[in-house]
Design a protein around this ligand. Structure first.
Ligand code: NIG
Ligand code: FE
Length: 419
């Protein structure tokens, strides 16, 4: 299918340069083209530029030909679809009972200690039927797609037995057949310690290392490996052991770190060349220094901090120190039951004092980096995948984070197809 989008009020993140990620001061810059066009052919961005140069496009004959769908984007903006690099979108049922407990005053950790939280979802996961899980996840994927997401990372971690973790990863694999979204899959066996191993955590770590990781790798079910390295979950030492085992099978880490305390997770992640370390509510100078000497993407999940009413990660300090920052939704039934990346950009601005340019970079190109996809997604560039948002009529791009809770998406194009 060929599509020409014409008269775009402003084309965002459009640049010929090959950027893998945007860091520090660069995050406050957004390269845009006013009064622009984009030509899509065969699922990719074939050409783009100013409307005044449309006649000079080498595709001009194609563009003005018959087999082209023409979209007039007057007063609308076009931007790369969001790259949501951290979700737990495969789960059975919701957990609003815990939400009510939380309203009444219980903390996330207290809920977890009572057998709620991750263990609650794990109990349901073990009983759930694969087809049913696929169906529920597709519904969530369809929802986030129409909110602007074009690529998504999905973690296991509600299995917590070899069998159930494999089931989750198979569901993630199956989802690729049913959605046009680009999906990356992450093995998170070390999400919580099952109740039966509470007094023998090292045995569960052994099972992850000796049983789960080899099996996951053998069946090629995961792109990445994750550990919840935090107080009350997995220690820095256990995290290193698990990442070491993953490394033997070529599984790069993307880990949960420093959500509940200074856990050493950031250090462990960087030591094992993590693609990203995520959450980071507890980040001080030492952690920032470690990250500055790495290629690891600090990924912030303000939806979780909002929902759990926690301190937000110090995004400002990180960016001012020269770090890149990615934003992701953490879509999951416990700490962030929303995959709305537009809302995530609003939280980035209001709660973490990021600028509109910074949140847009963080939710697109930096998110793509955190999924190993910045060569094919995250900016408007020739030969990148045509995963695009056409916005409603909006006055400026700052309107996207500003109008929190609204859906500013008019049309989604994924792999060059209108959704
Ligand atoms: O990213 N922090 C650990 N895991 C999830 C929460 C999962 C849950 O509560 O079900 C998170 O916030
Ligand atoms: Fe998470």
């Amino acid at each position: 299918m060929k599509i020409i989008i014409k008269n775009i009020k402003e084309l965002l993140l459009a640049g010929e340069e090959s950027v893998k990620k945007v860091s520090g001061k660069e995050m406050a810059k957004l390269s845009t083209i006013k009064d622009a066009f984009v030509f899509i052919d065969n699922g990719i961005i074939a050409d783009y530029g100013k409307m005044t140069s449309l006649n000079n496009s080498k595709y001009y004959n194609d563009i003005s030909g018959k087999n082209v769908k023409s979209i007039d984007a007057s007063d609308k903006m076009v931007m790369p679809a969001f790259c949501d690099s951290h979700t737990h979108i495969v789960y059975d049922g919701s957990r609003e009972i815990e939400y009510i407990d939380k309203i009444k005053g219980l903390s996330y950790e207290e809920i977890a200690k009572r057998g709620g939280g991750i263990l609650n979802s794990a109990k349901r996961m073990q009983l759930a039927d694969e087809a049913e899980l696929v169906e529920q996840a597709i519904e969530r994927l369809d929802e986030i797609k129409m909110l602007g997401t074009g690529a998504v990372e999905i973690k296991s971690g509600y299995g917590l037995t070899t069998e159930s973790e494999m089931k989750m990863l198979k569901v993630i694999k199956k989802l690729k057949e049913f959605t046009p979204l680009t999906i990356k899959s992450t093995f998170l066996g070390a999400h919580a310690v099952p109740a039966e191993y509470k007094k023998n955590q090292s045995e569960y770590v052994r099972i992850i290392i000796e049983e789960m990781i080899p099996k996951v790798a053998e069946e090629n079910l995961a792109d990445y490996i994750d550990v919840f390295c935090d107080r009350g979950f997995f220690s820095e030492k256990e995290t290193e052991m698990i990442l070491e085992a993953g490394q033997k099978y070529g599984l790069q880490p993307k880990i949960h770190a420093n959500e509940l305390d200074f856990s050493g997770g950031i250090q462990a992640g960087v030591k094992y060349n993590a693609l990203s370390v995520d959450h980071l509510e507890f980040t001080g100078k030492d952690e920032i220094d470690v990250l500055l000497n790495s290629e690891t993407m600090p990924t912030l999940l303000p939806g979780a901090a909002f929902f759990l009413e926690m301190e937000y990660p110090p995004a400002r300090k990180m960016i001012d120190a020269g770090l890149p920052v990615a934003l992701a939704s953490d879509y999951n039934p416990g700490s962030s039951p929303s995959g709305n990346m537009q809302l995530v950009t609003s939280l980035g601005c209001v709660k973490m004092k990021m600028l509109p340019e910074e949140v847009l970079n963080a939710a697109t190109i930096n998110g793509a980096y955190a999924m190993g996809l910045s060569n094919e997604l995250g900016t408007i560039k020739k030969n990148k995948k045509a995963n695009l948002i056409i916005t409603k009529k909006i006055p400026t791009y700052a309107f996207i984070p500003y109008s929190y809770g609204s859906n500013n998406v008019d049309t989604m194009i994924i792999n060059g197809n209108i959704q």
